[in-house]
Design a protein around this ligand. Sequence first.
Ligand SMILES: [Zn+2]
Length: 292
Amino acid sequence: MSSHTKARIGRRSGSVSTRVKLFTGVALVLGAAAIVIAERRRPLRARTQEEPRREIVNVLMGVGCGIAIMTAETPLVAPLTRRVQERRTGLVQQLPLPEWARDLAGLLLMDYTFYIWHVLTHKVPFLWRFHLVHHIDLDLDASTAIRFHALDMVISAPWRAGQVALIGLTPRGLKLWQTFFFLSILFHHSNIRLPEALERRLARILTTPRMHGIHHSAVEDETDSNWSSGFAFWDHLHGTFRLDVAQSEIDIGVPAYRDPDETRLALSLELPFRPQRDDWRRARTRDGIDIS
Ligand SMILES: [Zn+2]
């Protein structure tokens, strides 16, 4: 291979084009601003918590997650995407399709494997200790979307590396998935009241605020639904889709953690390391059981 060709491949594989960076950057800023404004103008659920205390805690936890992703996930995943680009490794790179179609197939498979990861974070006790920190938030809005334990990001980094390598995401494919995923989690955690008929149609395709409100319910069999984080196809496919609970009926949170003081920063960060409680006591199903 000539040095000229090597340099060209290096340039192509090492970074994402300016056009894609600009598109994803603008989409993130405008999308996030629109979601945060809309949830204040047209709230879906009444707030129960004192603000801005809860939102400040959530944003601080989000900053911790950002640092954890930059230090644990990016150094692991970025070289893998460059390897995919250079050697055409991974599942979608074997498809006889144009690059944009391979990116789209990669995005769909990332989304589906994230559905599986989300189920695991609820069902594997060690992973639940960390995901629980996200679920004990007593209100649900866009700030909840970034309320995760930083170590949750570290623990999920090997899963992400496996997704990227096996599915075959290029640097561009990863950037597009990250942008879609981040806007999607801001949207479905948000407290935006969409017209119900519109939301029911949208929920055939995308994870929506009412869907995810049911996933954050303090009733266990409601939490065990709507695991999708981007496209809603996976819940429809696995029979885990629900939109049959009114948001006014839902208590957001986990029954064993109803004390707002336990959602504060220090206690939230300690939570995975404390003895675990019977999280869903008295509230495994809605029928006839006190969920207060
Ligand atoms: Zn969850």
